[in-house]
Design a protein around this ligand. Structure first.
Ligand SMILES: Nc1ncnc2c1ncn2[C@@H]1O[C@H](COP(=O)(O)OP(=O)(O)OP(=O)(O)O)[C@@H](O)[C@H]1O
Ligand SMILES: CC(C)(CO)[C@@H](O)C(=O)[O-]
Ligand code: BAL
Length: 307
């Protein structure tokens, strides 16, 4: 992967691929030693335009080396979930990383990350058992544990997370703050298909028919966000009405929360979140919502909700 390839539009910088945590830690120390910063984009691979956006934003930082990790973390998958089936197109992923100008790829095995050492995990607190955590018990302990390990291995100055996994983003921010990790968490808005479906590695599981129906998730969120001025009940009603017009959507939750995922404000910024199954595929999505009087002045609040 480190050999030069034809680059039609721009010069590729070299991508260095490491599998062993100790090697990545050494490279990161060396970079910090010459006053370079490091930005980490943690992923589970099967890279798509959502990941590319995270990587592109990381590349915009001055004097910063962009690192991406690709690791399908068994600790965050429950019994009967898709750990084995999860797509792992490693060669293609490395090409994507080269294309977007990442300089460091960390591709450890499960053994490299956990070895014999399991048993200590990071407890996410009560929020870890709500929303996604209610359907995926233990999921966020698994996520926070691997994120903490990646932060300790890579020691990044910046770490990028997508808003598509909004609860994950909030919990990672909470962990970084409460456990004093020395890194800045950078959120990136959700990248969508032309019809609104949030990009996700799991979209490849959808049959053509399910793919069409899946648009209902983002459509419901958009309908809900547009009702923000009328208050929380109106938001949920509008979203539910849109969902009920489409068959084959097995709703897990549709919930309106504050931006920190506590109770929503009467007037101000909130988040509308959804999870649903189409056939065997479970998808999540969320959008910002301005509630009450805050919706009258969208420019003062979240950009997306004001569209
Ligand atoms: N559509 C998207 N827009 C912006 N960021 C995204 C998008 N999809 C994923 N990400 C972010 O990319 C990072 C890595 O996510 P991951 O590798 O799990 O991809 P994914 O598409 O979310 O996969 P999955 O289908 O397993 O949820 C996370 O921070 C995630 O929030
Ligand atoms: C953050 C993460 C890479 C941890 O495995 C994963 O949960 C993901 O891809 O969102
Ligand atoms: N993108 C979140 C990772 C997971 O669903 O396990």
């Amino acid at each position: 992967m480190t050999s030069a390839k034809t680059a039609p539009k721009f010069a590729r910088r070299q991508l260095n691929v490491y599998q062993r945590p100790a090697d990545v830690s050494r490279v990161s120390s060396a970079l910090h030693g010459v006053s370079s910063k490091v930005a980490l984009v943690p992923t589970m691979g099967a890279l798509h335009a959502g990941h590319r956006e995270l990587l592109r934003r990381a590349r915009r930082l001055p004097n910063t080396v962009v690192a991406a990790s690709i690791f399908v973390n068994p600790l965050q998958f429950g019994e009967g979930e898709d750990f084995d089936a999860y797509p792992r197109p490693l060669e293609r992923d490395l090409e994507v990383l080269e294309e977007v100008g990442a300089e460091l790829a960390f591709t450890p095995s499960v053994e490299d990350i956990y070895g014999e050492d399991t048993g200590i995990t990071i407890e996410p607190g009560p929020l870890g058992a709500e929303l996604e955590g209610a359907s995926r018990p233990g999921h966020f302990a698994g996520v926070l544990t691997i994120v903490a390990k990646l932060l300790n291995i890579v020691r990044p100055d910046y770490v990028f997370f997508g808003e598509k996994d909004y609860q994950q983003l909030v919990l990672v921010k909470n962990m970084v703050r409460q456990l004093n990790f020395d890194t800045k968490v950078v959120p990136v808005p959700t990248v969508r298909e032309h019809d609104g479906l949030a990009l996700s590695s799991r979209n490849v599981y959808l049959s053509p028919d399910e793919r069409q129906r899946a648009v209902a998730l983002s459509a419901a969120l958009t309908a809900g966000a547009h009702a923000g001025r009328l208050g929380a009940d109106a938001v949920l009603d509008a979203a539910n009405r849109t969902l009920s017009a489409v068959d084959g959507i097995n709703l897990d939750y549709l919930d309106l929360r504050g931006t920190d995922l506590g109770a929503p404000p009467v007037d101000g910024e909130a988040r509308l979140l959804i999870a649903a199954k189409l056939g065997r595929t479970r998808l999540i999505d969320n959008v910002p919502v301005l509630l009450g009087a805050a919706a009258e002045h969208p420019d003062d609040g979240s950009p997306e909700a004001g569209e």
